[in-house]
Design a protein around this ligand. Structure first.
Ligand SMILES: NC(=O)c1ccc[n+]([C@@H]2O[C@H](COP(=O)([O-])OP(=O)(O)OC[C@H]3O[C@@H](n4cnc5c(N)ncnc54)[C@H](OP(=O)(O)O)[C@@H]3O)[C@@H](O)[C@H]2O)c1
Length: 174
């Protein structure tokens, strides 16, 4: 890694959402999309990931080959060695900067996406081609702020419940 690459932290959100912005229900995902799981793994492996306490608990343990940074107000909260508990999004980002990470992925859930969206450089969004009922939502993506720069289409099949597009958005520089 070059010294220059340590100077800037790229912050990306990665999320899967339905057409009506649902991201989950009862603290779980509500679809089975094997191709999306592979994309998520491919993008995030080797990088730190920031998440809210509820998302962490929905997974139950740290994801392999990624440093987990979990945000909670609980000062007693503990994680396995090599992972980090923080008490705000700002503290999570400061941790990444102080450790000279050059890329971090924000992986949810709804509360953390809402807070992180203004701070991000890039959105990696699995746009699932269905409207669903849920209780956790991603904020509306404002086309005045975010430019859709690429997308890849995936078809429904026996391992994927719905068609979806994997879309990359970049922040429009003002
Ligand atoms: N589709 C997707 O891509 C995707 C990805 C991830 C999650 N999800 C879904 O999203 C849902 C969970 O989202 P959620 O909004 O309920 O929970 P969340 O964002 O995962 O976690 C919320 C928790 O984070 C902590 N927190 C939030 N803001 C904080 C702050 N400013 N300072 C300190 N702590 C803070 C609090 O923990 P404490 O209560 O411990 O203080 C809060 O209860 C689930 O349905 C999950 O399946 C979907």
């Amino acid at each position: 890694m070059s010294p220059k690459s340590n100077l800037i932290l790229k912050i990306s959100i990665i999320v899967a959402k339905s057409l009506n912005n649902v991201i989950g229900k009862d603290n779980q995902l509500i679809w089975r999309l094997s191709s999306d799981m592979k994309l998520f793994k491919g993008k995030t492996t080797g990088f730190p990931i920031i998440m809210g306490r509820k998302t962490y608990e929905s997974m139950g343990k740290p994801l392999p080959n990624r440093i987990s940074i979990v945000i909670t107000r609980n000062k007693e909260y503990q994680l396995p060695e090599g992972h980090f508990v923080v008490h705000s999004l700002e503290e999570a980002i400061q941790l990444c900067i102080s450790r000279k990470f050059d890329q971090v992925f924000i992986i949810g859930g709804a509360e953390i996406y809402q807070q992180a969206l203004p701070l991000c450089d890039e959105l990696l969004v699995t746009e699932i081609n269905v409207e669903l009922q849920g209780d956790a939502f991603f904020p509306e993506i404002d086309s005045e702020i975010w430019e859709r720069i690429s997308e890849v289409h995936f078809q429904k099949d026996e391992k994927n419940d719905y068609d979806f597009d994997f879309v990359t958005y970049k922040k429009i520089q003002s």
